[in-house]
Design a protein around this ligand. Structure first.
Ligand SMILES: CC(C)(COP(=O)(O)OP(=O)(O)OC[C@H]1O[C@@H](n2cnc3c(N)ncnc32)[C@H](O)[C@@H]1OP(=O)(O)O)[C@@H](O)C(=O)NCCC(=O)NCCS
Length: 325
């Protein structure tokens, strides 16, 4: 049965220039490089410059993804930005990105599912592409998480970094089988009863302030390993894909121990898991496209590869996508 698939025709990433090491953080908060590396695998993270906004990071990643796809901003009819750190309460960061890219009038909006945002945004964009409502879509994950951190709280301020990653999606004809290129299936979840485990303690209709990130780390950790594995299996089953066929696993980069725990539960060897957490830390919605960009840039992943993307974040939200490049 023929099917319109959303093909990923370009991938791009952007990291701000400033590197913040664990030792840098240990100058101002009671922590150490050894503790952070042992518990999380993180060695460093990037921090956006004072005059950089989330849309600036998004635009850089978008330009690189468009170049990889052989497209220009003039081709775009849909821009979705997954972010939890928008430039402004409104308009959507996607509208700002559209203006900065010089893209024509089209559809542009943000998706807010925190660290799961990129997987959610891909699923939403796929709906537009599959229904013939988009010929060239940009899906961006962009975050300046360092502006949500409480630098007095060592349990959270060491975990996050800034960055952006983007996919260009275009329609392609498929047969409706797992041999097709493009997005094959997604599985999305949210359990709002667990919102107190990971949240920001501010917002326009409550405190009127931006607020700081708060987290019950151990509980989030336990939830992540069990539930991500379930969503990954659901996204693989929906595509008719067996875990042994998956070439590469592209997880959200929160913690090396979570990556390993999920992969172990699914029977995926570490050699098939892309990990950038050591260099990027947790860049929330940006982490999946940044990880794929890194693995494509060094030649590990290329056209035809069968991938599973997964993430978990505040909400709690989580989800997975099966994708053939
Ligand atoms: C946050 C996390 C790294 C903490 O690791 P942990 O092994 O669970 O550590 P604990 O919370 O049990 O804390 C152990 C001790 O380390 C201390 N500690 C916490 N952060 C520290 C830091 N940055 N440096 C040094 N010590 C730290 C704690 O205060 C605690 O001390 P105590 O025993 O004297 O009370 C871990 O729980 C985690 O990664 N959770 C998931 C977080 C995540 O990825 N969230 C985002 C999902 S999108």
């Amino acid at each position: 049965m023929s099917a319109t698939r959303s093909l990923v025709t370009g991938v791009g990433g952007y990291l701000p220039a400033e590197i913040v090491t664990n030792d840098d953080l240990a100058q101002t908060v009671d922590t150490s490089d050894a503790w952070i590396q042992e518990r999380t695998g993180i060695r460093q993270r990037r921090r956006a410059a004072k005059d950089e906004a989330t849309s600036d990071l998004a635009v850089e990643a978008a330009r690189r993804a468009l170049a990889a796809a052989g497209r220009t901003p003039a081709d775009l009819d849909l821009i979705i930005v997954a972010t939890t750190t928008p430039d402004l309460t409104f308009p959507a960061t996607a509208a700002i990105v559209q203006r900065k890219l010089g893209a024509p009038v089209g559809v542009a909006f943000d998706v807010q599912a925190v660290c799961s945002g990129f997987v959610y945004a891909l699923a939403v964009a796929d709906g537009f592409v599959a229904r013939g409502q988009s010929r060239c879509a940009l899906v961006i994950g962009a975050e300046i998480m360092t502006r949500l951190l409480d630098y007095q709280d060592r349990t959270t301020c060491v975990l996050f970094g800034d960055g952006a990653g983007a996919f260009v999606l275009e329609p392609g004809a498929g047969q409706g089988t797992k041999a097709d290129r493009g997005l094959l299936a997604t599985a999305l979840r949210c359990d709002g009863t667990k919102q107190d485990l990971l949240y920001v303690d501010g917002g326009p209709s409550t405190s009127g302030a931006v607020g700081h990130l708060r987290m019950a780390g151990q509980q989030v950790f336990r939830h992540a390993v069990v539930n991500i594995a379930e969503a990954v299996r659901a996204a693989a089953d929906a595509a008719g894909v067996d875990m042994a066929e998956v070439d590469w696993f592209i997880p959200h980069q929160a913690n090396q121990r979570i990556l390993q725990g999920v992969a172990h539960r699914l029977g995926i060897e570490e050699s098939r898991v892309v990990s950038t957490v050591a260099e990027h830390a947790n860049t929330s919605a940006a982490s999946i496209p940044l990880a794929l960009d890194a693995a494509m840039a060094d030649g590990r992943i290329g056209p035809g590869a069968l991938l599973i993307l997964e993430a978990m974040g505040g909400g709690l939200t989580w989800g997975a996508a099966t994708l053939r490049l």
